[in-house]
Design a binder for this molecule. Structure first.
Ligand code: AMP
Ligand code: GLY
Length: 422
C-alpha cells in the first residue's frame, strides 16, 4: 500500500517511522515532510493546509490510505475532502475536529454531558469579559476560542494582565478570528497528564500515558513552547486513575460526540489535570500530540497501519493497541532563543542510532547531502528502555551526540516524573 502522511514535524516523523514497520506498506509520501523525514519517506513541498494541493497530489500519485496528522488541516476538513475523492483516511472529519478547533464548543460539550472540567464563562465582547474579570479571583485562565498555534492560553496573575490579554485576543486580534470569543476559566492545580487514544467512535483504546514539558527553561520556567521533551509512561497516571478517567471522561466524551452527530474517529488527545477534586479535562486535541507521539509510538507493540485502518472501518479492538513494558524519554534539541527569535541554517551532524534510539526531525531541511537546522524545535532524541531512569539517561546521552551551532535543550526532562516514582 502507498501511504500519505500529512504534516512535517517531529510527530509526523514518529508516525512515518512507525508506519514503516507496518505490514503491507510499500511507499510512504509526506506532505510537506522535512529534511529528516526525507530519509524515511518521499517528501513533496505541499503545505499541510493546502487542501487543494493535497487533493491534486492524490490525483497524480496512487494513495491507498492517508494519515492527516496536524490540527489545522483536520479542522479545515482535509479528511472530508480526501474521503470525497475515495481515499480512506485516519483522522476525524471537520465536524468532529471541532473538539479542538473551538474551545467554546468543547466546554459546552463537557458542561452538557457532565464531563469534569474547569468552571468557565464564555464571552464574545471584550468589555463584558473585562467587567467580569474585575470581580473575579486570580490567577485566572483566558483562552482564545479557536486554534492559535498553541499560544492561545494566558494565565493571568492579576487583573491588569487579564485585561491586557483580553484586549490582545479580542480587540487586537493577535490570533485573528480565533479570538472572536474567549473563555475565562477557573485556575486548576495538579500534575498534568497527556493521554492519546485511538477511537473509532465505539471503542476507546488509550495509548500509554505521557508527560509533556511545555516551558522553555529548566524547572518549568520561561515561556510556553510547543514542548521541550516528554516521558512515557506518566507515573501520576495510576491504574486507578486510568479507570476513573475511562468511566468519567474518555467514554463519556466519545458518546457525547456520537449523541451530537459528530462521531470522532482518529486519535483523541485528552489533556488532563489531576486536581485535588479528581481528574479534569484541560483540553482536547483532535490529533496526536507533539512531542508526546515521539515517546508513545516507539513503545507501541501493535501494527500502526492495522490500527489506523480499524479506526476508519469501525472495527477497532483494545487488544490491537498494546504497549511494551518499559519507558521512553524524548529530549528536544531547539535553536537557542526559541520560542522567541533564533538563528537557524546550521549544519547538523547525527550519530548512528541503535534499535532502541530514535532521532526525529522537526525543523530540519536538506541542502544537497547536508542536513541543516530550519526551525525552533530542530530534533527530538528518543530512547526506550526498561526503566524511566535508563530512558532519560539514554535520551540525554543520544542528544549529546547530536551537534549543530546554537543547539539548546532543557536539562531536566523526566526529573519530575522520576521524583514521583520515588
Ligand atoms: P492548552 O493550550 O489548553 O494546553 O493550555 C496550555 C497550558 O495552560 C496547559 O498545559 C496548562 O498547563 C495550562 N492551563 C490551561 N488551562 C488551565 C486551567 N484551567 N488551570 C490551570 N492551568 C491551565
Ligand atoms: N504537546 C501538546 C500538544 O501537542 O498539543
Amino acid at each position: 500500500m502507498n501511504i500519505l502522511v500529512i504534516g512535517g514535524g517531529g510527530r509526523e516523523h514518529a508516525v512515518v517511522k512507525a508506519l514503516k514497520k507496518s505490514k503491507g506498506v510499500e511507499k510512504i509520501y509526506a506532505l510537506p515532510g522535512n529534511g529528516g523525514i526525507a530519509a524515511d519517506a518521499e517528501c513533496f513541498p505541499v503545505k499541510a493546509t493546502d487542501l487543494d494541493g493535497i487533493a491534486d497530489f492524490t490525483k497524480s500519485h496512487r494513495v491507498d490510505f492517508a494519515v492527516v496528522t496536524p490540527d489545522d488541516p483536520l479542522v479545515l476538513g482535509c479528511v472530508d475532502k480526501l474521503e470525497a475523492l475515495g481515499i480512506p483516511c485516519f483522522g476525524p472529519r471537520a465536524n468532529a475536529a471541532i473538539i479542538e478547533g473551538s474551545k467554546v464548543f468543547s466546554k459546552d460539550l463537557m458542561k452538557k454531558y457532565g464531563i469534569p472540567t474547569a468552571a468557565s464563562e464564555t464571552f464574545d465582547n471584550a468589555d463584558e469579559a473585562i467587567a467580569y474579570l474585575k470581580t473575579g479571583s486570580f490567577p485566572a485562565v483566558i483562552k482564545a476560542d479557536g486554534l492559535a498555534l498553541g499560544k492561545g492560553v494566558v494565565i493571568a496573575q492579576n487583573f491588569e494582565e487579564a485585561e491586557a490579554a483580553v484586549r490582545e485576543i479580542m480587540c487586537d486580534k493577535v490570533f485573528g478570528a480565533s479570538g472572536n470569543k474567549i473563555l475565562v476559566e477557573e485556575f486548576l492545580t495538579g500534575p498534568e497528564v497527556s493521554v492519546l487514544s485511538f477511537t473509532d467512535g465505539k471503542t476507546v483504546a488509550p495509548m500509554i500515558s505521557s508527560m509533556d514539558h511545555k516551558r522553555a527553561l529548566d524547572h518549568d520556567e520561561g515561556l510556553n513552547t510547543g514542548g521541550m521533551g516528554t516521558v512515557a509512561p506518566n507515573p501520576y497516571f495510576t491504574e486507578e486513575i486510568a479507570r476513573e478517567c475511562m468511566d468519567k471522561i474518555f467514554l463519556p466524551t466519545v458518546h457525547a460526540m456520537n449523541a451530537e452527530g459528530r462521531t470522532f474517529k482518529g486519535c483523541l488527545y485528552f489533556g488532563l489535570m489531576l486536581t485535588p477534586k479528581g481528574p479534569k479535562v484541560i483540553e482536547y486535541n483532535c490529533r496526536f500530540g507533539d512531542p508526546e507521539t515521539q515517546v508513545v509510538l516507539p513503545l507501541l507493540e501493535g501494527d500502526l497501519l492495522e490500527i489506523m485502518q480499524a479506526v476508519r472501518a469501525g472495527t477497532l479492538t483494545k487488544d490491537m493497541v498494546k504497549f511494551k513494558k518499559g519507558a521512553a524519554c524524548c529530549v528536544v534539541l531547539a535553536s537557542e532563543g526559541y520560542p522567541k527569535k533564533y538563528e537557524s541554517g546550521f549544519e547538523i551532524t547525527l550519530p548512528q542510532t541503535r534499535e532502541d534510539e530514535y532521532i526525529y526531525a522537526a525543523g530540519a531541511k536538506k541542502e544537497g547531502e547536508k542536513l541543516l537546522s530550519a526551525g525552533g524545535r530542530v530534533l527530538g532524541a528518543v530512547k526506550t528502555a526498561e526503566s524511566l531512569q535508563e530512558a532519560v539517561n539514554g535520551a540525554y546521552a543520544l542528544a549529546e551526540k547530536i551537534h549543530f551551532k546554537n543547539a539548546y535543550m532543557r536539562k531536566d526532562i523526566g526529573k519530575r516524573a522520576l521524583a514521583a516514582l520515588k
